[in-house]
Ligand binder design. Structure first.
Ligand SMILES: O=C[C@H](O)COP(=O)(O)O
Length: 229
């Protein structure tokens, strides 16, 4: 049986954004996610925008942060739409905004547009006491593009660069996190996400430079850590 001391001794819990972004997630599942986040003292929950208010009513003033996703999962919404989404999310209780960058514009070479969009979102989040994580979807980028993406995100004052939505052909890899760490200034943190299901892999990602882990298997990782499975 899990004990309080197990949770307190967890080395992994404080890295985890406990995530539920499946399109069929219902309110009961979101309430359970929030309860688990409180129990295990995860860093944050990451929920769809329509559930931010409910998460906020459960997590209130607890240390568990509320993250939501913007422009999810493909990122090709216009900047104005993303800005409005982020504004609504911040107004209803989110403090962490995980935005999918405009990959389509990046691939087209419209780099100034991409940077401006991130910069405007970063300014909005910072003014409201929040932070912005930019999802670059590494599975769809070459190494050179990951390096360029890091430069753009850093220049636009992103707080985190995040690897993946969980909806691409693959999620975070150790190699991509290492590459990102080598190409980001120290102040920009890294969130590895997508497909993180076992403790050994989670630890490898942290070793490579991940500051947060976005995963829908947070409870499973804690159970691994406690030798419960
Ligand atoms: O942001 C996090 C990802 O959506 C989580 O992906 P996952 O369901 O593969 O753990």
């Amino acid at each position: 049986m899990k004990t309080k001391s197990n949770t307190a001794n967890s080395t992994i819990a404080s890295y985890i954004d406990h995530t539920l972004l499946r399109p069929d997630a219902d309110e009961r599942m979101i309430r359970q996610l929030c309860a688990e986040a409180l129990e295990h003292q995860f860093a944050a929950v990451c929920v769809p925008p329509c559930y931010v208010k409910i998460a906020s009513s459960i997590l209130g003033e607890s240390p568990v942060k509320i993250a939501t996703v913007i422009g999810f999962p493909f990122g090709y919404q216009t900047a104005e739409v993303k800005f409005f989404e982020a504004h609504k999310a911040l107004s209803t209780g989110a403090t962490e905004i995980d935005v999918v960058w405009n990959l389509a514009a990046f691939k087209t070479g419209k780099l100034a547009d991409v940077e401006n969009e991130i910069g405007e979102l970063a300014t909005l989040c910072h003014l409201r006491g929040g932070l912005v994580k930019v999802i670059i979807e590494t599975a769809l980028l070459s190494e050179e593009e990951i390096i360029d993406a890091c430069a753009i995100c850093a220049q636009a004052e992103a707080d985190f660069v995040k690897t993946s939505t969980g909806f691409a052909p693959h999620g975070a890899t150790v190699e991509d996190v290492l590459l990102m760490r080598q190409n980001l200034p120290e102040r920009v943190r890294i969130k590895a996400s997508g497909g993180i299901r076992d403790l050994a892999f989670a630890k490898e990602l942290i070793q490579a430079g991940a500051d947060r882990l976005g995963t829908s298997a947070g409870v499973q990782l804690i159970k691994h850590e406690n030798n419960q499975i």
